[in-house]
Design a protein around this ligand. Sequence first.
Ligand SMILES: Nc1ncnc2c1ncn2[C@@H]1O[C@H](COP(=O)(O)OP(=O)(O)OP(=O)(O)O)[C@@H](O)[C@H]1O
Ligand SMILES: [Mg+2]
Length: 461
Amino acid sequence: MSGPAPAVRGPSDGASEVAAVSMRGITKRFPGVLANDRVDFEAAAGEVHALLGENGAGKSTLSSILTGLYRPDEGEILLDGRPVQFASPRDALDAGIGMVHQHFRLVEPFTVAENVALGDRRDGRSLRLDRRRIEQRVSELSQRYGLAVDPRARVWQLSVGEQQRVEILKALYREARILILDEPTAVLTPQEAERLFVALRQMADEGRTVIFISHKLKEVLAVSRRVTVLSKGRSLVTVASAEATPRSLAALMVGRELDEAGTSRPGRIAGACLLEIEDLWVSGATGADALKGVSLRIHAGEVVAVAGVAGNGQRELAEAITGIRAPRRGAVRLEDRPLRGGDPRKAQAAGIAFVPEDRFGTGVAPGLSIASNLVLRSYREPSHSRGPLLRLSRIRARALELIARYKIAAPGPSAPVQPASGSCGPDRDATAVPGLWRWRTDDPRRGSPRERRRDWGAPRP
Ligand SMILES: Nc1ncnc2c1ncn2[C@@H]1O[C@H](COP(=O)(O)OP(=O)(O)OP(=O)(O)O)[C@@H](O)[C@H]1O
Ligand SMILES: [Mg+2]
């Protein structure tokens, strides 16, 4: 198992021979939504194949069908020309399909190596885990593909970019020959994304099929050999990336030519200094200094970008400003008034809002209703509570208003929040636009839709 070359076929030109993956006429319905409508999709061994589409186009649903998470209502899947049926994700794994989800599925207290080996049948056969061997194999894979991560680190200590590498290593460890990545660059800096592309191309050159899901046109063109465009649940067309432009793809995606209007705006002249950060020292999760004397002044009317590879203190900086993490030394001042460290409620009252990087982990309370999530920061205000009692009808009315205003795709305010979309392009962010947090109506694991609705509490229309 520790040999250098994976058991996959050699590179091919893809178009000529039998497709490694072929999905034909795939239809998947959720209550009130046709997520996939007779979708046809084909990808060859040896290629990075992009699946492109707007939010809600049905990309994640299609990949969940390919990984055995959902069963299609109609249609068939063929691997190397042979029809397959997946009763569970295990079947898809055994068939060599690996998936890196939009939202990672790692066990945070476990080490990288433990996460990689988790659920792997080969390691499960013996009573004792051979840690050394697993760690060594993880190091080999991570060196070979330039996916640097310490096999002994615990997952909660890792940046989001590093966690993604663990997910990819997990698929490689299982010798996946078809690797699906759902919006992988959403959590990466441009430099990290570029490094990921190099690794993906290398995997394809070795004969794997890499399915790259995205709605970022330039990235799709940079990494893929062919692109299949999905729109409103339908597969529109497959084109060679070399013959496409961002403009032609955008027109296909939205179904019309786009205006020429540029997005760049002239720089604005900044006003008075609003937020001042002075000599900030903050410890990170491991106890080591994550920020060492950071100073920064942010003016009214100014957009300030903090650039850097994930894991270099950006998260700690945001947490210190928003009062989540108390600094060891230094000050944060808003309009010349110092903010007390470690007091998120004060920071919020002072007017600081925060969209965290890990939106599912810290941005929302999954499982709580949409209405509850919408008042998580304001439930103490008289508009939402009186003494110890919540004003439930007002909270519900407020939720209805926000659902209408932001077009939240949900059956009603009492539906539980579930992140179905992690897309965060420059114009659409999963937490900034609450509409992108969807409710969950389909648990593929058990029961009929009616039973599942009962479990969740029937969503009121
Ligand atoms: N579990 C579910 N229950 C109900 N509706 C769902 C479920 N999963 C997806 N949908 C709906 O199916 C449609 C397709 O969603 P899907 O997540 O596949 O889109 P996507 O192309 O991956 O979008 P994004 O770019 O936002 O990730 C959407 O309208 C979505 O609301
Ligand atoms: Mg998706």
